[in-house]
Design a protein around this ligand. Structure first.
Ligand code: ZN
Ligand code: ZN
Length: 347
């Protein structure tokens, strides 16, 4: 079968023929429906000088934001229906530690025993016709379109987790949010904040068309030029209750620090990994400053509910598998609006 293989750091991925996988004990074989091209893949093949974790050793098939139809069950698997559509919870932990016990494989305490971080992250992922994963990692989609739903597993889940943990900042009367960077994650973030809270949402991006999309989701668009001053003005000098930086680059971190309110929350979700010089006076007093990574298995069920009830809708551009490398090139060139989703079997 055809697959997009990550072969080395600072090396553009290649499309090649690989063996169709077969499911081991506890695993299922999935016919891939949708596989999102995520900016962290660009991190792997273009930005990072080498393995940032020690558990992302090439070669492996990319694709960590995946949905599919169960094709075959491995030994000992029950409770999963062949032919039905599921989302894949991408992180894979040891399954036994306290983090895995609460469905938070992202923070598994025993990664060395697993040897990789998840599907498409050290283990073969979904940029292919077929992939395998553990039955435990499947979240049922029912009659929902699995191609359009693929970004729920990463873009939406990552935002949902970050937003949920600072929810008290967003649910007090007069609360405000700022979303910096409006790609696949940022646009999902705007929708989720609007779905969960009554906060006023501001949104900014260097691309005016991305800001225009955020406005259709109910955000107040802010051009990046003079954004900090404009936001201070709009909030009566107080700043923003909860700032989300979906990029993690120098200028976005600076904007986040310049706009967060005293006792506010500043969450960095983007993994650009740029440095940010910090001292006791860089951000206002009592700001909760944190970085988050992906989300929990339980939270993915909640994200699917938001989608099922029409409260969030991922913005997708669908590509056939033959054009998966074009999708990555478009992502690299900043030409993708929302999320590029590869649909190997049409969609
Ligand atoms: Zn991702
Ligand atoms: Zn674990």
């Amino acid at each position: 079968m055809k697959a997009v293989v990550f072969e080395g750091y600072k090396t553009f991925p290649v499309m090649k023929e690989v063996d169709k996988p077969s499911p081991g004990p506890g695993e299922v074989l999935l016919k891939v429906a949708g596989s999102g091209a995520c900016h962290s893949d660009v991190g792997l093949f273009h930005e990072y000088p080498g393995d940032p974790s020690g558990f992302l050793t090439p070669p492996f098939v990319l694709g960590h934001e995946v949905s599919g139809w169960v094709e075959e069950l491995g030994a000992g698997v029950s409770g999963v229906t062949v032919g039905q559509a599921y989302l894949v919870y991408g992180p894979i932990g040891c399954g036994h530690c306290v983090s895995c016990a609460r469905g938070q494989d992202t923070y598994c305490l025993d990664v060395p025993s697993v040897g990789h971080l998840g599907t498409g992250l050290g283990r073969d992922g979904g940029m292919a016709e077929y992939m395998t994963t553990y039955a435990r990692n499947l979240v049922p989609l029912g009659d929902l379109d699995p191609v359009a739903a693929a970004p729920l597993t990463d873009a939406s889940l990552t935002c949902y987790h970050a937003i949920k943990r600072v929810l008290p900042h967003l649910t007090t009367p007069g609360a405000t949010a700022l979303c910096i960077g409006l790609g696949g994650l940022g646009l999902a973030g705007v929708q989720i904040i609007r779905a969960l809270t009554g906060a006023t949402v501001y949104a900014t991006d260097t691309k005016p068309d991305a800001v225009a999309v955020a406005e259709t989701y109910g955000a107040i668009g802010i051009p990046t030029e003079g954004a900090a001053e404009r936001i201070k003005q709009l909030t009566g000098g107080r700043g923003i209750s909860a700032v989300f930086d979906f990029v993690g680059a120098g200028p976005t971190l600076e904007l986040a620090a310049a706009t967060v309110a005293q006792r506010g929350a500043l969450t960095v979700l983007g993994l650009a990994g740029h440095d940010f010089a910090w001292n006791a006076f860089t951000v206002p007093f009592e700001v909760n400053f944190s970085c988050t990574y992906w989300g929990g298995l339980d939270e993915l069920f909640e994200v699917v509910e938001l989608y099922r009830t029409g409260k969030i809708t991922p913005r997708v551009q669908v590509y056939p598998l033959d054009r998966a490398l074009d999708a990555y090139q478009d992502l690299l060139d900043g030409k993708v609006s929302g999320r590029a989703v590869i649909a190997p079997h049409g969609g």
